[in-house]
Design a protein around this ligand. Structure first.
Ligand code: BEZ
Length: 219
């Protein structure tokens, strides 16, 4: 067996461009399966533990982007290795103490089946908790982006919305998005892949082209 593959299989590492691992899990909204989200985008994110301060700020921040994501055809699904009763109590406490209603479901992954399949447990950080992982999964259940944050660092939910918007824009218009791209900014044309096409691009690319491989345009 290939050593690199062995390591990856044992750690449940998922990869960009591959199908997300299938799951069926107990959540605060009843039992949910990956297949329930087929046909829509999905942001699956894990947090270390209920009733912890950074995670509470994150849940509030995720709740603030929930409607924005839904308007873009993207669902939100949380996860931690806590019981569904703990999730229910924490979500109720956030509503009561912070005035924020958590409308998205949260997986109670007590047997760590989903966390293990997605590689959400980082033993160097914690052997018993999931880390702050984010998986952006497309309507065909393909993993399109992954972000991992350490325990001490609360996530930027603006970045998560930016990622979903950028991926949807790239798919729709067959373009790429440059560093720090925001909606409305110029996008990048795919580079030509033959010498002939490169020459043609230089001739016809217009003012958005700085070189044969570097062309931007407004959508
Ligand atoms: C927190 O959410 O505050 C937290 C959770 C686990 C480890 C460290 C911080």
């Amino acid at each position: 067996m290939n050593a690199t593959r062995d390591v990856c299989e044992n750690t449940g590492l998922v990869r960009l461009g591959q199908k997300a691992p299938s799951f069926e899990a107990v959540t605060t909204h009843g039992t949910l399966k990956l297949e329930d989200f087929a046909g829509s985008w999905l942001v699956l994110f894990s947090h270390p533990a209920d009733f912890t301060p950074v995670c509470t700020t994150e849940f509030i921040a995720f709740s603030e982007i929930h409607e924005t994501l839904r308007a873009q055809g993207c669902e939100l699904l949380g996860l931690s290795i806590d019981s569904v009763y703990s999730h229910i109590a924490w979500v109720r406490s956030i509503e009561e103490k912070m005035g924020v209603k958590i409308g998205f479901p949260v997986i109670a992954d007590l047997d760590r089946a989903v966390a293990t399949a997605f590689g959400m447990i980082m033993p160097g950080e914690s052997k018993t908790e999931s880390s702050r992982c984010v998986f952006v999964i497309d309507p065909q259940s393909i993993i399109r982006a992954m972000i991992y944050y350490p325990m001490s660092l609360g996530r930027s939910t603006d970045e998560i919305v930016r990622i979903v918007t950028a991926l949807q824009t790239a798919d729709e218009h067959k373009v790429a998005t440059p560093a720090n791209w925001k909606p409305g900014a110029e996008v990048i044309l795919p580079a030509p892949s033959t010498a002939e096409a490169a020459q043609e691009r230089l001739k016809t690319g217009g003012p958005g082209c700085r070189d044969w491989y570097f062309c931007k345009k407004k959508l």
